[in-house]
Design a protein around this ligand. Structure first.
Ligand SMILES: [Zn+2]
Length: 175
């Protein structure tokens, strides 16, 4: 039994954010509690998506809500992703990399198969902002963040911000 209700937002460079997450086993009350907590954290931080590693949990699940509301939040457990179409660059941010907004190339369309909280497998085809959000959250399950996908000049521009996050992380883990 893990108390996921105490999870909080993890920021770069927390190691959990750069690891490949593990598949979710049975969908227990703990997993439902984790989904709830992830939705709360997404709503609180005004995000449109939230992946379990961002709550410090190394599991393959994320939530997306394009308008940032609890009502429209959809939970994706053990997702599989296929991508289609041309890649389009658009400005993106990440709750785990505060202060960094940078153009990221994503595929125009994608198809996701995932399990919902009732244990049912579903498939969703997406384009536009939803396709972008799904690819961003899926990346988190592979230990990939926008800092890993941004262009070299963008990375140089973000260097000071990344260093500040590392300093804050080290100060936090030292206390
Ligand atoms: Zn993110």
């Amino acid at each position: 039994m893990t108390d996921y209700s105490k999870c909080s937002l993890t920021r770069f460079p927390a190691p959990v954010l750069s690891q490949r997450a593990e598949p979710v086993g049975e969908i227990t009350d703990d997993i439902r509690c984790l989904a709830d907590q992830m939705i709360d954290l997404m709503v609180e931080t005004e995000g449109v998506g939230f992946a379990a590693p961002q709550a410090g949990v190394n599991l393959r699940m994320f939530v997306v809500s394009l308008d940032g509301t609890r009502e429209n939040a959809r939970v994706y457990i053990n997702p599989e992703m296929e991508v289609f179409g041309p890649q389009i660059a658009h400005e993106e941010g990440c709750l785990s990399l505060p202060g960094i907004y940078t153009p990221i190339s994503r595929y125009a369309k994608c198809k996701v198969s995932a399990t919902d909280l009732a244990g049912n497998r579903f498939t969703e085809e997406a384009e536009g902002l939803l396709a972008r959000a799904l690819q961003h959250e899926y990346d988190h399950l592979e230990g990939v963040m926008i800092k890993d996908r941004m262009s070299r000049p963008a990375k140089i521009r973000a260097r000071r911000q990344l260093k500040q996050l590392i300093d804050e992380f080290n100060a936090g883990s030292a206390s």
